[in-house]
Design a protein around this ligand. Structure first.
Ligand code: GLP
Length: 264
């Protein structure tokens, strides 16, 4: 696991954008995994700027969302597909038909189970995800895999914790009752199948989950700690979110002394 500590959230976005740009230079038809939430927004702004400057194209990319709320109308502004369109894909040249997300539009358990299986098949048909962007929940979740999620799980329905619903109420006019209780999310096993994972976390509320993710034991109580099992992970944090990392000076030294040939 490579841990990169940047000064500011904007600097985190630039380092992550560099990784995405490199991936698309190496493979213009790469398969990207996109996360919602506020953490990746500096990355998405930087990618839009690079696209507008002609530095990067998404014309041949396929993209998969991590997760989706169950029961929100497709045109609801906080539906994750709408979110990612508004924050990223409406502003770049990714073809709309190349953007996939789990279908949470039904409230029937059978339909939702089918939607999870269909999503797994779509990811497999695209050849798997090359580069997966991840945020980090305050309770250590990735995607919407809440604590005690199986580390081998695949795309399925999950129930959100109260903590996550409170955290996400800010997107629903601070009305916790408006935050859906159920979601469809890529499983931890699905996420671990991606070839490169880039986890982004910034701000004080991420200090504790970042330390537990990077330096704690692997446990389903901190779903992001499962990243320790993956051979190619880059964790990019700002200095505030890095505040409780006991080996921070080692991570800084490693980054400063990276050999020229080493990519993220
Ligand atoms: C939601 C999303 C996660 C995201 C998390 C953190 O729960 N499902 O994918 O990582 O929020 O969000 P934020 O980056 O806004 O703190």
């Amino acid at each position: 696991m490579e841990v990169v500590i940047a000064q500011t959230p904007a600097a985190v976005g630039i380092i992550a954008a560099e990784i995405v740009t490199q991936q698309l230079t190496d493979r213009p038809d790469a398969v990207l995994g996109l996360a919602t939430g506020s953490s990746p927004l500096p990355l998405y702004r930087e990618l839009i700027a690079r696209h507008e400057a002609g530095l990067v194209s998404f014309a041949n990319v396929t993209a998969f969302l991590l997760d989706e709320y169950v029961g929100l109308p497709a045109d609801h502004p906080e539906a994750y597909r709408r979110f990612i369109e508004r924050e990223l894909t409406d502003h770049i040249d990714l073809p709309p038909q190349a953007l996939f997300g789990p279908d949470g539009s039904s409230d029937s358990p059978n339909d939702l189970q089918d939607a999870g299986e269909r999503y797994e098949a779509q990811i497999a048909a695209a050849g798997g995800i090359d580069l997966q962007i991840l945020g980090l929940g305050g309770d250590g979740h990735i995607g919407f895999n809440e604590p005690t999620s199986s580390l081998a799980s695949r795309t399925r329905i999950k129930t959100l914790t109260d903590m996550t619903r409170v955290d996400n109420a800010r997107f629903f006019d601070d009305d916790i009752d408006a935050v859906p209780r159920h979601v469809l999310t890529q499983g931890i096993g699905t996420i671990l199948d991606a070839r490169h994972l880039v986890l982004i976390a910034t701000g004080e509320s991420k200090e504790d989950p970042v330390a537990r993710t990077v330096e704690g034991p692997i446990t389903s109580m901190v779903p992001a700690s499962s990243l320790q099992l993956h051979p190619h992970v880059t964790v990019i944090v700002d200095k505030v979110a890095a505040g409780s990392l006991s080996n921070a000076s080692y991570y800084r030294e490693t980054y400063l002394n990276r050999p020229g040939w080493q990519h993220h």
